[in-house]
Design a binder for this molecule. Structure first.
Ligand code: SAH
Length: 364
């Protein structure tokens, strides 16, 4: 079952039958009602909307010309219509089955998407922006600067691309690729709606990861999103957080945590806190104690991420003993905790790394 959350209201607002859809708008990411409105605008009967929806989302059509159910002459008349699919620029597969894709967008920009298979799941790590303006010190994407926001079709495309490559339905989506999703809320929400209702992925199987932008977490809550919210916390106090995440200067830890508490109250969904473990910096017992202090009684879950080395900076991943000591300390304080094991490390697993190394190779 797919949950619809509050999309019905967004959906009806943008998809009444008198909606005029700009001719240049890519069709991918549009709902059934929007596609129906569009075919009618183009002089076709309403049932063609359903056919178009099926060809785009189930058959993976990349152009109208290949949709053989439509009259040939009409397809020829629509030759300028864009579906909005990317093309494959580079593909790299790790021994554990993780596949990294560099996708070329219609304007030539390159983004990164990762498909992560496990026994029961196929998870896609999607990008929400080309590059990222947050400049977190440990993140390779941040080192490359920011180009632009992705549009909703460019986010949906990433999921369809992985689904087609694996020949298997995608079960989960994490917004943990390039970019800061909450700086691109409208397109991210539009994409989540489409992934939920058009592609058929349950909202609860979608995770939006953010470093935290003041006021934006509440904006998600107001949509009654059933997606999981993950906060990139990475530090147990404000001073430490500011050294790793420049934007933390504008968003005190207490204010961020308060907004998250409000999110839990409004949505009834627990929040995940991501915490990169950096040896000798934030991985001590005292940090675990401090973190536990903040999260006492908070409906949340801590996801520890042992640091994935990137070439630009000199952080280290802690050894297994230190990781376990951190876990044990949190558990003793009754904090729900798990450790995210790196996948596909040899294929440049850390956020933004594949793109950075590819671009370097291309210009060398
Ligand atoms: N901007 C969003 C989503 C993109 S990053 C955010 O900050 O949450 C997705 C996750 O990967 C974040 O938790 C981020 O902190 C983490 N990450 C980035 N670089 C990493 C690295 N070198 N090693 C481990 N995790 C990293």
């Amino acid at each position: 079952m797919t949950s619809t959350g509050s999309f019905d209201s967004i959906h009806t607002a943008i998809a009444t039958s008198d909606t005029t859809i700009a001719p240049s708008l890519p069709l991918l990411g549009l709902s059934l009602a929007e596609l129906t409105a569009w075919v009618q605008q183009q002089g076709q009967p309403a049932y063609r909307g359903k056919q178009l929806h099926q060809w785009i989302y189930q058959q993976g059509a990349r152009s109208l010309s290949e949709m053989s159910v439509f009259p040939k002459q009409w397809r020829a008349e629509q030759s300028e219509v864009v579906i909005g699919r990317s093309s494959l620029h580079y593909r790299s597969q790790a021994a554990d089955g993780t596949v990294k894709f560099l996708l070329r967008l219609l304007d030539g920009q390159i983004i990164e998407t990762v498909g992560i298979p496990t026994e029961k799941r196929l998870t896609v790590c999607v990008s929400s922006q080309v590059g990222c303006p947050m400049a977190c010190d440990f993140c390779a994407t941040g080192k490359g600067g920011f180009q632009r926001n992705l549009q909703r079709h460019e986010i949906v495309d990433q999921v369809l691309t992985v689904q087609e490559d694996f020949g298997q339905r995608v079960s989960n989506i994490v917004f943990m690729g390039m970019g800061e999703p909450l700086l691109n809320v409208d397109h991210v929400l539009g994409a989540v709606r489409s992934l939920n209702l058009d592609v058929g992925i349950g909202q609860r199987a979608i995770t939006i990861s953010t470093v935290g932008i003041p006021g934006r977490i509440l904006r998600l809550a107001q949509h009654q999103l059933q997606a999981t919210l993950a906060i990139s916390l990475h530090a147990s106090n404000q001073t430490l957080r500011e050294t790793l995440i420049p934007s933390a200067h504008q968003y005190p830890l207490e204010a961020l945590l308060d907004e998250c508490r409000e999110y839990v109250k409004i949505t009834g969904r627990r929040v995940t806190f991501e915490y990169i473990l950096l040896a000798g910096l934030n991985d001590g017992i005292q940090h675990a104690e401090e973190l536990a202090g903040h999260l006492r009684g908070f409906q949340s879950h801590v996801n520890l991420i042992p640091y994935n080395p990137i070439s630009e900076v000199d952080y280290q991943r802690p050894d297994e003993q230190r990781i376990q000591a951190f876990v044990t300390t949190l558990k003793k304080r009754h904090i729900a905790v798990s450790v995210r094991r790196p996948r596909g490390l040899e294929a440049d697993a850390a956020c933004g790394q594949l793109r950075a190394s590819q671009i370097k190779a291309a210009i060398a």
